[in-house]
Write a protein that binds this ligand. Structure first.
Ligand code: 5GP
Length: 191
C-alpha cells in the first residue's frame, strides 16, 4: 500500500511553551520538520538552515512572487513562511512532516490541504502565558506587548483546530507525548 505521509501543523501562541514541545518532538520523533524562512534576526544559538532560513525582506518577497511559499504570514513585524518543496517532497515520499507555524499561515494550509492535522498548544492560564512571554528575556518591551496581544488573538482561533493540547507548567514532556499519541491515532484513522 502506498502510504502518504501526514502533514501535522502545530500552532500555539507566544507563551504556550510550544517551542519546548517542538524541540522535544525533534528529539523523539523520526519525522521531518519544515524549516521556515523568516526576516526576523537570529536569536543567540539559532542557526541558518536549522532553526530558520534567515533572509532579508527583498529575498522573502521574491520567494512569494515565485510561488516558493506554501503559506506565509506577518508576525510582530516580520515575515515567516513555509518553503513548499520540502513539504511536498516529504509527503510524496510517505514521510510525516511537522510544521511549527502561527495561526494565519496554518489556516491558509488547511484551506489548500484539508487533510492537514491541526494541533493547537494552549497555555494553562493567562498568568502562565504572561510569565512565559516575559521570561525569554531576549525581546524588547514593545515586542513583548505585541506578542502578548497576538497571543490573545490566536487563542480565539483554537476552535478552528482539530486538537487542543494543554501545556501545564513543567509538563511539556507530557504534552509532547500527547501529540505523539494523536499522530499515532491519525495513522490508524479510516477517514
Ligand atoms: P519566533 O519568532 O518566536 O520564532 O516565531 C514567531 C511565530 O511565528 C511562532 O508562532 C511560530 O510558530 C511562527 N512561525 C514560524 N515559522 C513560520 C512559518 O513558516 N509560517 C508561519 N505562518 N508562521 C511561522
Amino acid at each position: 500500500m502506498n502510504q502518504k505521509g501526514l502533514l501535522v501543523i502545530i500552532s500555539g501562541p507566544a507563551g504556550s511553551g510550544k517551542g519546548t514541545i517542538v524541540s522535544r518532538l525533534r528529539e523523539l520523533a523520526p519525522f521531518d520538520f519544515s524549516v521556515s524562512a523568516t526576516t526576523r534576526s537570529p536569536r543567540p544559538g539559532e542557526q541558518h538552515g536549522v532553526h530558520y532560513y534567515f533572509v532579508d525582506k527583498a529575498d522573502f518577497e521574491k520567494k512569494i512572487e515565485q510561488g516558493e511559499m506554501l503559506e506565509y504570514a506577518q508576525y510582530v513585524g516580520n515575515y515567516y513562511g513555509t518553503p513548499r518543496k520540502p513539504v511536498e517532497d516529504a509527503l510524496s515520499a510517505g514521510k510525516n512532516i511537522i510544521l511549527d507555524i502561527e495561526v494565519k499561515g496554518a489556516l491558509q494550509i488547511k484551506e489548500k490541504m484539508p487533510e492537514a492535522i491541526m494541533i493547537f498548544v494552549m497555555p494553562p492560564d493567562y498568568e502562565t502565558l504572561l510569565a512565559r512571554i516575559r521570561g525569554r528575556g531576549t525581546e524588547t518591551e514593545e515586542k513583548i506587548l505585541e506578542r502578548l496581544s497576538r497571543a490573545k488573538e490566536e487563542i480565539y482561533s483554537a476552535p478552528d483546530y482539530d486538537y487542543v493540547v494543554y501545556n501545564y507548567d513543567g509538563k511539556d514532556t507530557e504534552a509532547a507525548d500527547q501529540i505523539l499519541r494523536i499522530i499515532d491515532a491519525e495513522h490508524a484513522a479510516m477517514r
